[in-house]
Write a protein that binds this ligand. Structure first.
Ligand SMILES: [Fe+2]
Length: 300
């Protein structure tokens, strides 16, 4: 992947595997996971179930935490078809977070010039056949894989695969991170199979999707902002507001750093003024994890 295939001008130019030690430290063992599921704040847990049609188009159902104990919830994930996301690991599991930040230091040292200004983490527990649809993160990502096997597909972050107007909608929280997807994109993917102990990073903003390879999977997905990504995200937000009011703002791809910084500053004021109301705050909860139900999900 050449620099021309990504919008991000930073030091990460292609998907690349690094080593890490989080798996061997025991964070992904059954006992540790059952314990953390018991203790994790319910409001920081997302439970999703994805369905795909033959054209690769996705539909999503959202679940509630339910009343299962940690060990039973873990079993439901291991036997079902669920994707469970424990957000804000930095507050929810400080021991894992401290170890992960040490590993992040080693990974980021491989990219001279990469300066993270804010990191956040999500612990993802997913069923053997779970798949995460085509999307992008408005951040850098290091995916620390700890258990099972997963296949990650990383695509060019250019206009054909990631339209700037779609980025604006995601950054302004007018839609979830899922992007328009076509099977034709597959020819352009960089495909990486991840084993426990491997961490994957890719160019900031690069679209990607994930398929589990028939095993229960545990990964810590760490996202990070740099000053350039902060400026870019702010500029995308400002452009989303301008575009909604009928203006035709220039794409951020063509803006200089001072222009991006000015638009970022504008975005702070716009957010304070509540310029754009999020449309993705309220998901209806459609199911609850259940060991006895099909896919591990009992309809509510
Ligand atoms: Fe992602």
């Amino acid at each position: 992947m050449t620099a021309a295939r990504t919008r991000y001008a930073g030091p990460i130019t292609e998907a690349r595997v690094h080593e890490h030690r989080l798996a061997e430290m025991g964070f992904a063992d059954d006992a540790a996971l059952a314990d953390i599921l018991d203790r994790y704040p319910a409001e920081l847990i997302d439970i999703n179930l994805y369905d795909y049609d033959d054209a690769g188009q996705v539909s999503l159902r959202t679940g509630a935490r339910g009343r299962l104990g940690g060990a039973e919830l873990l079993a439901a994930i291991q036997q079902g078809r669920l994707w469970v996301n424990l957000r804000e690991v930095e507050t929810g599991w400080p021991e894992l977070w401290a170890a992960a930040m040490e590993e992040f230091g080693r990974v980021s040292a491989a990219y001279p010039g990469l300066r993270a200004v804010r990191n956040a983490g999500q612990l993802i527990l997913s069923s053997p056949k779970a798949r995460v649809p085509y999307h992008f993160d408005a951040a850098g990502v290091v995916l620390f894989h700890m258990r099972g096997r997963k296949r990650v597909f990383v695509y060019p972050g250019d206009e054909a695969h990631l339209a700037e107007t779609d980025m604006e909608q995601v950054v302004a929280r007018q839609t979830t991170e899922e992007l328009p997807y076509s099977l034709a994109f597959e020819a352009d993917a960089q495909v990486v199979d991840l084993e426990p102990g491997q961490a994957l990073t890719w160019p900031l903003y690069a679209p990607h999707r994930v398929e589990n390879l028939d095993r229960f999977c545990v990964s810590l997905s760490m996202d990070f902002q740099t000053w350039p990504s902060r400026f870019r995200n702010g500029a995308l937000y400002t452009n989303a507001v301008l575009r909604r009011s009928g203006a035709r703002p220039r794409f951020t791809d063509r803006m200089s750093t001072p222009e991006l910084a000015a638009r970022w500053a504008m975005s702070l004021a716009l957010k304070r003024a509540g310029a754009m109301k999020s449309r993705i705050s309220a998901f209806e909860r459609a199911f609850e994890p259940d060991l006895a139900a099909a896919d591990g999900a009992r309809a509510l």
